[in-house]
Design a protein around this ligand. Sequence first.
Ligand SMILES: [Ca+2]
Length: 113
Amino acid sequence: MKSLAPLFLAASGLLCGCIHTHETIVHDESRTPVSFESDAAARTFYEALSRVPNSGKHSESKTEISIPIVFDHERKVVTGPNHAFNDAVARCDTNHDGVITEQEARIFATTVK
Ligand SMILES: [Ca+2]
């Protein structure tokens, strides 16, 4: 006797229609602890950070798995804003002492247009 499983699966797919699932995962990291030498250093850093492309936006990657007619799964991974902050701190704090000086902030600001 032949197996009817493939036929059953095809028929159930046609009867039930396509199954759509969407999944969004926010992948954010904790902020790198950092302090500022002065208010001016903090202001210069944050002004430059606001000019960094995508600092306010979230980058995302999308994966889509699809079996035509039966199944469609979309998974989206969104990177949170702390990633841009941590990247900016890593670039700005050139001696990696955890303190952003006015000079480091000014140099960082000149690299961001
Ligand atoms: Ca430093």
